[in-house]
Design a protein around this ligand. Sequence first.
Ligand code: NAP
Length: 246
Amino acid sequence: MKIFKDKVILITGANRGIGRALVKALLDHDVKKVYATCRDLNTLPSFDDNRVIALSLDITDDGQIKTIAAVAGDTEILINNAGILNTGNILDGDLLGMDNDMKVNYFGTIKMMRAFASILKKNRPAKIINIVSIAAYSPLPSIAGYAASKAALYSATQSVRIELAKDGIDVHAVNPGAIDTDMNKGSDWDMPDPDSVAIKILKSVDEGNLDIIPDEMGQGMYNAWREDPSKLSKIFSDLYYAENIG
Ligand SMILES: NC(=O)c1ccc[n+]([C@@H]2O[C@H](COP(=O)([O-])OP(=O)(O)OC[C@H]3O[C@@H](n4cnc5c(N)ncnc54)[C@H](OP(=O)(O)O)[C@@H]3O)[C@@H](O)[C@H]2O)c1
């Protein structure tokens, strides 16, 4: 994958799940350096590779973001992967959980893009890769606050894509369906593993795709939405409430 060769990449939430898988996949593709950031460095795998620079970062912490931007001024590709998911529906879900979803998934990612925009302009050709979610299109009622935060992030991603296009910076949106990580612990869905998904994401970025859906479930949901958003609502309605109808 030529896009990543000799590049300096910063990734958030690198300690587990899709973030960890992306670091591993990047190291297999001749990158120069990976700033692997996470909240608690004790949870970061060793990766056993001296191209990995471990940095502590909570994306809701303005001070930490400023420090990271000062340290990682040679970043050429920013991967905003960190995210949280709170369950609950719109009408009676916990508002604090919804607020936290917005604070991390939306505002945290926006803050990272703001902090790194001038760095990426200086280091272009550069990229931002935002790990969003298919929930941006298809709000499952049981994770409605998460879905709203990801819809907001998808919108912000498209806005920044336009803002930065004039500076020669590509902004990619990755919208996966369910992937087998801690985020889906306890789910009995048949899900792809994060390692295979990470490779598909990088391959798709390398091919120049700006909107990426790396898995079958995500693609199916996106196709239903594209045909008619109400079709997706009907699928979820049948799934959740069929037994209560009639
Ligand atoms: N798994 C899926 O089905 C799926 C589908 C679509 C999109 N996504 C998105 O993919 C991304 C990665 O999720 P995942 O599936 O790998 O979930 P995961 O295993 O739960 O990992 C979430 C990562 O985000 C980090 N994080 C959470 N809050 C943070 C904060 N305030 N600052 C910095 N890091 C923070 C976590 O760090 P800690 O270990 O410190 O908590 C962890 O590294 C998320 O944005 C998620 O929304 C996942």
